[in-house]
Ligand binder design. Structure first.
Ligand code: IMP
Length: 434
């Protein structure tokens, strides 16, 4: 019985939520192991739309254990808000489990995120301003406060006092901003802790037990490969590890326990935030894809930057994370744009004229490549195609598109997305099969 990691193979927003949600139907445990309230998953189920940020998408299946692992930086105020939103929609939270090892996001992290972005001006990263970077900075500076600390007032208050003093000095002296009062933060965070206490558990034991018992465990990735702190387009990245390895660190399982890594590759590319983007489109085609694909940030509402599918970056993601299967959503979106010819980037031309399949390490080098495209004819779409269950029943153009992705990456496309509903997908291989 496999343990499967689902991850984004581009810049995030690949539509992971839908696939996690689809696979959650077969999973007994769904784990969120990295990132925080910066992530946003939009899932359609039972004709309703759900916007999820910190709660694993598996929550929409009664009986599925949903785990928030210790690799997450948790914003308790936002998590409680999300829990209440779900409960109001009739979703049962009895199976939610949260690791005490998760680091906690405080309002000073959010303010520092804002302050630092504003200070950078034109050089800003374009963060979600959810305090993610500053919270991970505290974690790695070994001054962070973990959820478990909040359960013990004597443990929590001195740590909070030290942090508020330090952050107030930073806010005042470097950014000229007002700080926070320890008592106010303490009061709200102790209240949050009591609200979350019933959900806290030793998630390392839970997840390892589930794997050892042969149950289906799904690790739900957040963000995407190119936003990884080590392998992404640094510094225009998030502060955690969206690559497959992030799931095992953030959940506390060994690499030998993972059976499959499913990489999600949208049929085109999008990104939010700043940084180079070789296949970016600035014309009406880009606008048409944004419009038909509803490409606006779930977390921030920002219009996403849009470009052609870039297989150089997808190949890079496949290598770094050992991706065993790909899922390709939004095949319908490309068709719906009505554009005659589609382009797929199959190489980067360097300033000296040579063409490479290697993704450059340096940001300057990435800014200097020009994409080499293969062109394929677009295909007609009608709504009945959203019900199709075999690749062979899709238009020839869509089949060629999928075959090119497979040939280039050497990884099979096991799932295709042909509509926004969770049933509108084609499975070519059982991900939770042998
Ligand atoms: P941060 O994670 O808020 O620090 O933002 C760092 C970078 O990651 C920015 O470019 C964000 O737009 C991007 N980012 C963070 N979370 C997501 C996500 O869930 N989808 C897409 N981009 C994201």
């Amino acid at each position: 019985m496999p343990a499967v990691v689902v991850m984004g193979a581009q810049w995030g927003d690949e539509g992971k939520g839908k696939f996690v949600d689809l696979l959650a139907a077969q999973a007994e445990v769904v784990v969120r192991a990295t990132g925080g309230a910066n992530a946003g998953h939009t899932v359609w189920a039972n004709g309703q739309q759900y916007k999820l940020h910190q709660v694993p998408s598996g929550i929409l299946y009664p009986g599925t254990l949903c785990v928030i692992g210790h690799g997450v930086v948790l914003d308790p105020a936002k998590l409680i808000e999300e829990m209440e939103y779900l409960q109001a929609k009739g979703v049962d939270l009895a199976n939610l489990r949260i690791s005490g090892g998760a680091h906690v996001v405080f309002p000073y992290h959010l303010r520092l995120d804002e302050a630092e972005e504003d200070r950078k001006g034109a050089n800003k990263i374009g963060t979600t301003r959810r305090g993610i970077g500053p919270a991970y900075m505290d974690k790695f500076a070994r001054v962070g406060i973990r959820l478990v600390d909040l359960l013990d007032k004597d443990e929590f208050l001195p740590k909070l006092t030290a942090q508020v003093e330090a952050k107030n000095q930073l806010l005042d002296r470097v950014y000229g901003m007002t700080g926070f009062k320890v008592e106010e933060l303490a009061e709200s965070y102790l209240t949050y802790a009591e609200r979350l206490r019933p959900y806290m558990a030793n998630t390392v034991e839970l997840v390892n037990d589930a794997i050892d018992d042969g149950r289906n465990v799904l690790f739900e990735g957040a963000q995407g490969h190119l936003l990884d702190i080590d392998f992404g387009t640094y510094p225009y990245v998030t502060a955690s590890h969206p690559i497959a390895a992030g799931a095992i660190i953030g959940a506390g399982v060994g690499p030998t326990k993972i059976n499959k890594v499913l990489g999600i590759v949208k049929a085109y590319t999008s990104r939010v935030g700043e940084g180079p983007f070789p296949t970016e489109l600035f014309d009406q085609t880009g606008d048409a894809i944004r419009d038909k694909g509803h490409e606006y940030g779930t977390t921030t509402g920002r219009p996403r930057r849009i470009g052609w599918l870039d297989l150089v970056m997808v190949r890079f993601a496949c290598r770094v994370s050992g991706i065993t299967d790909l899922a390709v959503p939004h095949l319908d979106t490309l068709a719906k744009t009505g554009v005659d010819t589609l382009k797929i980037c199959v190489g980067y031309r360097l300033p000296d004229g040579t063409v490479t399949k290697e993704f450059p390490v340096g940001l300057k080098a990435l800014g200097q490549v020009s994409p080499v495209y293969e062109e394929l004819p677009n295909w007609e779409w009608n709504d009945s195609l959203a019900k199709v269950k075999r690749l062979a029943d899709l238009p020839e153009g869509a089949q060629r598109y999928v075959r090119l992705i497979e040939t280039y990456t050497g990884v099979p496309v096991s799932i295709l997305g042909v509509g926004s509903e969770r049933t509108e997908a084609i499975y070519r291989t059982e991900i939770f099969g042998a």
